[in-house]
Write a protein that binds this ligand. Structure first.
Ligand code: HEC
Length: 140
């Protein structure tokens, strides 16, 4: 009996050590699969909608903006997120609003887009963010 308990403990421990495996709904899936699932279907609008399936970003829309009687042709390009530093990534995903940032006078479109904080706020725990990050950075 004692050895059975030890054996079980050993198995649990060796499973827990493999950080690439995560338990979801009683079935084991890889971090990559878990990240893929969350990337396409987090609680909220899927990241893929704006950042594209491959996470390399895409152009969402172009529009005209009039500012001080001048016309600006703006393009909303959603950035590539494959090479973002993890700290930046973690902060951005759950942040409510973009932090203050300086723009030059000519960057009318950039400022408008940045200030409107287009990306929604998510409420993901760190394991979820880590899985998404793992998925994106390992995506071919
Ligand atoms: C409605 C569109 C939209 C959705 C959905 C969206 N994003 Fe974004 N995301 C943006 C835009 C636009 C920017 C750049 C402008 C800004 O920072 O607000 C951005 C910026 C980012 C950045 C910062 C990139 C950098 O270089 O600093 C990260 C990281 C990011 N998004 C990750 C995600 C993840 C992960 C998800 C899903 C959980 C997601 N985004 C969903 C539109 C979106």
């Amino acid at each position: 009996m004692k050895s059975l308990v030890l054996l079980l403990l050993f198995f649990t421990a060796s499973f827990a050590k493999d950080s690439k495996l995560i338990k979801v709904n009683n079935s084991f899936i890889t971090t990559f699969e878990y990240g893929e699932m969350l990337y396409n279907n987090p609680r909220g609008i899927g990241c893929d909608t704006c950042h594209a399936k491959d996470a390399k970003g895409k152009k969402i829309v172009s529009f005209q903006h009039i500012y001080k009687k001048k016309k600006y042709d703006c393009v909303l390009n959603v950035p590539n997120i494959k090479n973002v530093d993890y700290k930046v990534f973690l902060e951005k995903v759950n942040s409510k609003k973009n932090p203050r940032k300086k723009f030059s006078k000519e960057q009318v479109c950039e400022k408008l887009i940045y200030k409107s904080s287009i990306m929604p706020t998510y409420f993901l725990v760190e394991d979820e963010v880590k899985a998404i990050y793992y998925y994106i950075t390992n995506l071919k």
